[in-house]
Design a protein around this ligand. Structure first.
Ligand code: NHR
Ligand code: GAR
Length: 209
């Protein structure tokens, strides 16, 4: 029933999962200096570090990562600010139970530096996406998205903070739905059983409030 969370840094999304009371059995980082490791330890959650620098090939790193994960026999593996692209073999091993939170409204802005790219593109809505991970980077089936406004005075930091607050709302919800067996994938679409229409999409600030 448990969740293993993969991080690379701050770990605020991981913390949101913990604060939501979700059954996180371990937090694994590819960087020894990830701040999130301390947050997890302080809450009594097991931590592991598998440093990607120690491996010459991505396949070898991913194999060591999989060994560490499988020691906890999780039902779900959740990427939360995890910064290493995963090999097709790793993705296949966890097919259907590997999730990511990405800081843009996919399919807009896959990859890195999403907030700077959104500002440069002049979009008026930005946001975040929880999706199942497939071999193709940031292209897996979308579970839930949240949209936030881009304001004229925004810089990268102010926009990132607005998106991050939305991330902290939708990621725990998506993980809970998965653990409750309420998500079914049909091709590129995710059908949420017993979810209201508005649960799949968050607009923040909510115009109905
Ligand atoms: N792996 C696969 N196969 N598919 C996805 O959809 C993945 C994935 C691994 C991570 C998260 C993703 C994001 O949300 C994610 C999705 C890292 C990079 C990247 O370029 C891009 C996207 C994401 C994560 N990483 C560099 C690399 O060479 C390293 C960058 C760094 O260390 O700062 O792996 O944005
Ligand atoms: C979050 O905004 C997350 O969406 C993003 O990095 C931040 C991590 O913050 N993820 C990626 O960019 C993945 N490439 P956190 O460590 O505080 O959760």
């Amino acid at each position: 029933m448990s969740v293993v969370v993969l991080i690379s840094g701050r770990g605020s999304n991981m913390q949101a999962l913990l604060e939501a009371g979700l059954p996180v059995s371990a937090v694994i980082s590819n960087r020894a200096d990830a701040k999130g490791l301390e947050t997890a330890s302080a809450r009594g959650v097991a931590t592991r570090v598998i440093e990607h620098r120690g491996y010459a090939a991505r396949e070898a790193f991913d194999a060591a990562l999989a060994d560490a994960i499988d020691g906890f026999a999780p039902r779900l593996v959740a990427l939360a600010g995890f910064m290493r692209i995963l090999t097709p073999a790793f993705v296949a091993r966890y097919a259907g139970r590997l999730m990511n939170i990405h800081p843009s409204l996919l399919p807009a802005f896959p990859g890195l530096d999403t907030h700077a790219r959104a500002l440069a593109a002049g979009v008026k809505l930005h946001g975040c996406t929880v999706h199942f991970v497939t071999a193709e980077l940031d292209h897996g089936p979308v579970i839930v998205q949240a949209a936030v406004p881009v304001f004229a005075g925004d810089d990268e930091a102010s926009l990132a903070a607005r998106v991050l607050a939305a991330e902290h709302r939708i990621y725990p919800a998506a993980v809970r739905w998965f653990l409750e067996d309420r998500l079914r994938v049909e091709g590129q679409r995710v059908i949420g059983r017993g979810l209201s229409e508005s649960e799949n999409t968050l607009i923040s600030p909510d115009p109905e409030r």
